[in-house]
Design a protein around this ligand. Structure first.
Ligand code: EPZ
Length: 422
């Protein structure tokens, strides 16, 4: 397994282009199962999770050609040949559950391994399942598999008990081909969900209320395959801004949507960084007056849970008390122990983390435990004294395109050592 070797202490500077959004591309790829013919998806990031979801749609009958140079994916669906997604695929990526919506809509059945818990918490899928029941599905759990079947998908009203990105996306994908009108309430407003809605609308779906708490869908009989471009990745964008800030550098992200990262920009401003933005770029520079800040993760448009770990790494260098409250996932703190090993002063009380910032971190051998925790450790290594070796970097490969190359282009001293870590 590969590892990163990072020599800390360099200020990042320059421009970095943001890739397509992983969490928009994943459901969009799955949604292409809703129409026969050739779908072309542009700006698809070349990531491990994307290759995994491609295996999932392939096992259901889609053929694909992913031009990773051009980031263009061609997907061909002639018919859905299979309703089963095996444990082997679901265990590597929970987003495989997204196939339930399109499978129920197109062939009236889905047989998908139940995802287990993961490093960031228990992560149940009950809202997806009760939503499908509201649309008329019968659900049984057998031998670790969710077996869902439906005669006729019937539009319905359904209120999600808590805001869920995945359930909103999954239910939208089912409801677009249901008979009659579906009203979804307490919907996720994340740009990724809105982008999926944009793709479905381009295919001929009738959806209103995207980006609000209430989405209305008038079912149609058939959808057409289309060409579509995925939005930029707001979490990757926020990660580079935070990395730039942490190294007291001057970093500009390009090809981004500043509206999608407003909460991150506000948190950096609160900590005393200078933020400027234009139509599709944002830059960060240090100021003289750093101060501790409070960050609370919330559903969009609040501060994203996916940037909680990266901003905690930044908080370690911001003098004063920083308070970080995680309200989305109950145990998304696996990075804390590793940051402590590097000398960070961090206390956890339930879902509240207090970071006493200002002490210089020192290098230590550390290990990633999930994708965003991994990004936090890379940021910590960039600001630490000495050379840090980070193992299990396959977590970052899931969601950051060419992380080491992009950071090196900004001046970071980072090397990917092939086969260098267990
Ligand atoms: C999506 O996960 C993202 N994944 C996550 O990104 C992101 O952290 C999360 O949304 C929150 O923004 C993808 O888009 C592929 P949720 P998802 O359903 O859809 C609870 C990353 O690093 N819940 O919005 O699984 C759940 O446990 C990843 O890129 C239920 O209780 O998240 C959590 O507490 C990690 N029952 C909350 O809702 C359900 O049926 C929000 O989860 C569904 C969710």
């Amino acid at each position: 397994m590969d590892m990163y070797r990072i020599k800390g202490g360099t200020s990042l500077s320059g421009e970095v282009k943001i890739s397509g959004a992983k969490n928009a591309a994943l459901p969009i790829i799955v949604a292409s199962l809703l129409a026969d013919g050739e779908t072309v998806i542009k700006n698809v990031p070349d990531l491990k999770d994307i290759h995994t979801i491609l295996k999932v749609v392939q096992c259901l009958g889609a053929e694909y050609d992913f031009d990773t140079e051009k980031r263009t994916l061609r997907l061909r669906v002639d018919s859905i040949k299979n309703a089963e997604v095996p444990y082997e695929l679901v265990k590597t990526m929970r987003a495989s559950i997204y196939v339930m919506g399109p499978l129920l809509a197109r062939i009236g059945e889905a047989d998908v391994s139940l995802p287990g818990g993961c490093a960031i918490g228990e992560r149940p899928v009950d809202i997806h399942l009760s939503g499908f029941e509201a649309l008329g599905a019968t659900i049984n759990l057998e031998h670790g598999y969710i077996k869902a079947s439906i005669g006729n998908l019937q539009g319905a009203e359904f209120k999600m008990r808590t805001v869920s990105v995945g359930a909103t996306a999954n239910l939208m994908m089912a409801a677009v081909l249901a008979k009659g009108k579906t009203i979804l309430e307490n919907c996720a407003m994340e740009p990724d969900v809105v982008d999926l809605g944009g793709f479905l609308t381009a295919m001929g779906a009738k959806i209103s209320g995207l980006g609000t708490e209430r989405i209305e869908i008038e079912g149609v009989k058939k959808l057409q395959a289309v060409t579509y471009t995925v939005i930029p990745d707001r979490i990757e964008a926020g990660t580079y801004l935070i990395a730039g800030a942490a190294t007291k550098g001057a970093v500009t992200i390009t090809g981004a949507n500043p509206d999608h990262i407003a909460a991150c920009m506000a948190a950096l401003t609160d900590m005393g960084f200078m933020i400027e933005s234009g139509k599709d770029w944002v830059s960060v520079r240090p100021s003289r007056n750093f101060k501790g800040a409070m960050v609370r993760t919330l559903p969009y448009p609040g501060f994203p849970t996916d940037l909680q770990a990266p901003i905690m790494a930044l908080a370690t260098m911001v003098p004063g008390i920083n308070v970080i409250i995680e309200t989305i996932f109950e145990s998304r703190f696996t990075h804390v122990a590793e940051l402590r090993r590097m000398g960070a002063d961090i206390i956890i009380e339930g879902n509240v983390v207090i970071v006493k910032g200002g002490n210089k971190l020192s290098s230590a051998p550390i290990m990633m435990s999930d994708l965003r925790a991994g990004a936090a450790l890379v940021i910590a290594a960039l600001i630490a004294d000495g050379e840090t070796e980070i193992r299990r970097i396959y977590h970052c490969d899931r969601g950051y395109e060419q992380l080491d190359r992009k950071l090196a282009a900004l001046g970071a001293d980072i090397k990917r050592i092939k086969g260098g870590g267990l």
